[in-house]
Design a protein around this ligand. Structure first.
Ligand code: G3P
Ligand code: CA
Length: 377
């Protein structure tokens, strides 16, 4: 199956003339051809909530910086306001990343989706970053607003030279019935469900202009099915997790009972129940239209984005054998970039787009500080 698939994908790629996306650092012709056929760079640089190491996550500072560094994709977690507007926010609650406790003390614990867009727009989504990371703080981050999907699309389109794609996660989709349909409507309205015809005609579309300009991602099997129904021609990734909402774990010991000092140490020892359980998720993904998977990784230095090691070489080979790509989340250190690439992944979600681009020896036009200042931050 892999050999036959590889030849077909390579032939398809050559016939489609999709030689324009980067392949630096990647060697496997089958996966390279698959990525090319979908217009997805390989290895892909996916800016997780924007350039969120250097600027407050999911704000204009983070997304314009990621774009202007040359990241391939702007990643976001999609939610819907009380009055039906799609916006980007990772957490269910507004407490961690906004001043909701000050502005709406009675409703501070309510989900973000219980607020209208006008209410969300009154919140300061930047100051928390200055307090959490004083060494990266900037006065210009104070007061940065939450962004709508429309505004992130404007950012993605806003630089004539750099055109990143959008890598959109349906966040907590069971909270948002019809989210997949609303997303389809918005992307269609903005012309983002088709490649940019003029760029295609020239033969070398930038990522945000080509067939892979939108990537859809979800942890939720039902949401994958709905995304496939709504947008059958848009590439999709099934995100992988062990435990609640994900693969059955090898043990049912809770974090509280585990004796581990932090969640990262606990997650690092958690594994899928067995090989069959892992494979079952791949087969579900493939059968429901996913062109790849998004596994987690255990980070060398731990931290709050260090999860399960789901990028062991056999796991990546199993995805590749099924004709699927592997985009791992969320790595920031060169030691982890190397481990992941050596294990065979095809792209990396990162909070530090500048570091990952440098690791891949891709040009970064200016420093992070210069680009932030150029963009008014
Ligand atoms: O979407 C990939 C990665 O972002 C998943 O983790 O929790 O950061 O959305 P999370
Ligand atoms: Ca995400």
């Amino acid at each position: 199956m892999p050999d036959t698939f590889g030849k077909n994908a390579l032939l398809l790629s050559l016939l489609l003339g999709l030689g324009g996306v980067q392949n630096a650092g990647a060697s496997n012709a089958t996966e390279a051809a698959l990525a090319n056929a979908h217009g997805i760079p390989r290895p892909a640089v996916i800016a997780h909530r924007g350039a969120s190491f250097d600027a407050p996550e999911s704000t204009a500072a983070a997304y314009t910086l990621a774009r202007d560094l040359g990241a391939d994709y702007l990643e976001m977690d999609l939610q819907r306001s009380k009055d039906g507007v799609l916006f980007a926010l990772h957490d269910n609650s507004l407490l961690r990343t906004t001043d909701v406790a000050k502005k709406f003390p009675q409703r501070k614990d309510s989900p973000a989706s219980a607020f209208t867009l006008a209410e969300l727009k009154t919140l300061d989504a930047g100051s928390w970053f200055n307090q959490a990371y004083p060494d990266r703080a900037r006065p210009s981050y104070v007061g940065l607003p939450i962004l709508t999907l429309d505004e992130i699309i404007d950012i993605a389109q806003g630089n004539p030279q750099y055109k990143p794609g959008l890598y959109i996660e349906t966040k907590e989709p069971r909270q948002f019935p019809g989210l997949e349909h609303d997303l389809k409507n918005k992307l269609s309205e903005r012309g983002w469900l088709e490649p940019v015809a003029s760029a295609e005609a020239e033969g070398k579309p930038l990522v945000g202009q080509g067939k892979g300009r939108v990537m859809l991602q979800t942890f939720d099997k039902n949401s994958l099915e709905l995304l496939q129904k709504e947008m059958p021609d848009t590439p999709k990734i099934l995100l992988l997790w062990v435990g609640e909402g994900g693969m059955k774990p090898s043990t049912s010991v809770s974090f509280a009972d585990s004796g581990e000092k932090d969640k990262a140490a606990y997650y690092a020892k958690q594994h899928p129940k067995d090989k069959a359980e892992f494979i079952q998720w791949l087969d579900f993904a493939k059968a429901n239209g996913a062109i790849g998977t998004g596994p987690s990784a255990a980070l060398t230095h731990g931290g709050d984005q260090s999860y399960f090691d789901l990028i062991q070489p056999w796991m990546n080979s199993a995805a590749h054998d099924r004709g699927m790509l592997v985009h791992v989340y969320t790595l920031d250190a060169p030691v982890d970039f190397k481990k992941a690439m050596d294990a065979g992944v095809d792209g990396i979600f990162t909070n530090r787009a500048s570091e990952l681009l440098t690791y891949y020896q891709r040009p970064v036009p200016q420093s992070v500080n210069q680009l932030l200042e150029k963009n008014g931050f």
